[in-house]
Design a protein around this ligand. Structure first.
Ligand SMILES: NC(=O)c1ccc[n+]([C@@H]2O[C@H](COP(=O)([O-])OP(=O)(O)OC[C@H]3O[C@@H](n4cnc5c(N)ncnc54)[C@H](O)[C@@H]3O)[C@@H](O)[C@H]2O)c1
Length: 415
């Protein structure tokens, strides 16, 4: 069995953390129990390009329990947890991921997974999918899954250009994914990353959140909860109004640059904070990115403006500008929650990865009918995940009475 990881001796620690995450993932565990009995993925080869975390490990174990063979590589150079990679390699899962790997290694690892000829591809950010569409165009694939907003945007562009080669489920677009993972997961864990890197006090800080989508909502809400004065920048008027009604000030990036003390991007866009913003930021400003790619902060421009730079703490680099002002970059501008903390808590990845497991089963069951399009997980599967999660959280659902069901289905009743 082939693999490329940092250090096999880390496996014991990885196993313990994977076990802990499993204990926080009751929905995925319930699916795993069913998969053991029903073997819906028997004989299916899976290639996954995902953050190599304890939660992903549990998804891989669930797919294997369902009969699949799995190979895994990282979906971001800085998100791999090396102890988890070691534990997976020891469990004989071909794993190709080393935290801090360079771009060449990153793509070498993607190609190593693709060399296993997967029927299904699990992607997070569409990098593996892009390799299959640009370089390995003859390789047959039955279907795919996409985990994040940025990946789904890329897939929709591929669908619009009529180049998509196989059906892909936009798992991100399931309600049980983006309304919880992007909001509560990214909200809490992005602040966790900044805290671990800097140990600042959020209370009383002016925190600028760029983008008030699902992730931005989560970050802004949690920062406000910690006592920060939150400023939001947006390009979408509806979301800007939504931010205002949540009690945040909304202004342009240039206005916010002069006021902010902590800046967090969550837009899925490029160069949201760039030279003109860095030129206005106060001494000691901390900048971090929670969006998928490391392009939201223009760090090349920051480097060009700087007279010196040094790593001042783990995952915190200080850039000194010509006038002596310091700007501190968290986790090299990569996903701050995975680069400087452990990513989303297992409690929330429980639903995202339950969606992933059900999407894989659904594609295999429906492969003869599906076309080369971007699909969303059927609503009944999305609702099933929510039902299981509610049950696990000791909630219970109200049931419609017959009269209520009739009322909702009729149109004759009026004022
Ligand atoms: N860190 C994580 O673990 C994690 C988790 C989920 C998603 N993501 C990533 O985070 C990013 C955002 O995801 P989302 O689900 O919140 O997307 P979203 O589409 O819901 O929100 C993005 C928001 O950014 C706004 N925006 C775009 N360009 C902007 C600009 N120049 N200035 C200000 N606002 C701008 C958009 O109008 C939108 O409201 C994506 O890259 C996604 O893949 C990261």
């Amino acid at each position: 069995m082939d693999y490329d990881i940092l250090d096999t001796s880390l496996a014991d620690g990885g196993d313990l953390r994977i076990e802990w995450a499993a204990s926080r993932m009751p929905v995925l565990e319930a699916i795993k129990e069913r998969f053991i009995k029903e073997q819906p993925l028997a004989g299916v080869r899976i290639g996954a390009c995902m953050h190599v975390t304890t939660e992903t490990a549990n998804l891989m174990l669930t797919l294997i329990a369902g009969g699949a063979e799995v190979a895994l590589c990282a979906s971001n150079p800085l998100s791999t947890q090396d102890d988890v990679a070691a534990a997976l390699a020891r469990a004989e899962i071909p794993t190709y991921a080393v935290r801090g790997e360079d771009s060449d290694k990153f793509y070498e690892h993607i190609n190593a997974v693709l060399d296993t000829n997967p029927h299904l591809v699990f992607d997070d950010g569409a990098d593996m999918t892009t390799v299959l569409h640009k370089e390995r165009t003859d390789q047959a694939v039955v279907g795919g899954m996409e985990e994040t907003t940025t990946g789904v945007i890329r897939l929709k562009a591929m669908e619009a250009d009529d180049v998509l080669r196989y059906p892909i489920v936009a798992v991100n677009d399931s309600a049980t994914k983006h309304l919880f993972d992007n909001r509560h997961g990214t909200g809490q864990s992005s602040l966790d990353g900044i805290l671990r890197a800097s140990n600042i006090l959020f209370a009383g800080k002016r925190v600028v959140v760029a983008g008030f989508g699902d992730c931005g909502w989560g970050i802004a809400t949690r920062a406000k909860g910690l006592g920060s004065d939150v400023i939001v920048t947006e390009i979408d008027p509806v979301r800007a109004v939504a931010a205002t009604m949540e009690g945040h000030r909304v202004m342009t990036g240039l206005e916010a640059a002069e006021l902010g003390e902590v800046f967090i991007t969550a837009t899925g866009n490029i160069h949201v904070f760039r030279a003109e913003h860095f030129a206005r930021m106060p001494d000691g400003a901390i900048i971090a990115n929670a969006g998928h790619f490391d392009v939201e902060l223009d760090l090349i421009a920051l480097d060009e403006m700087s007279v010196s730079r040094r790593v001042i703490r783990d995952n915190l680099e200080e850039f000194v500008l010509e006038d002596g002002r310091r700007i501190l970059v968290v986790a090299e501008g990569r996903l701050v929650n995975l680069g400087a903390a452990e990513g989303h808590p297992a409690d929330v990845m429980d639903m995202s990865f339950a969606d992933q497991a059900l999407a894989a089963e659904w594609i295999i069951q429906n492969q003869d009918e599906l076309q080369a399009k971007v699909y969303v997980l059927p609503e009944e599967l999305d609702e099933e995940v929510a039902r299981l999660k509610l049950e696990a959280m000791s909630g219970s659902l109200e049931q419609l009475t017959a009269a209520q069901e009739h009322y909702l289905a009729s149109w004759e009743h009026g004022t």
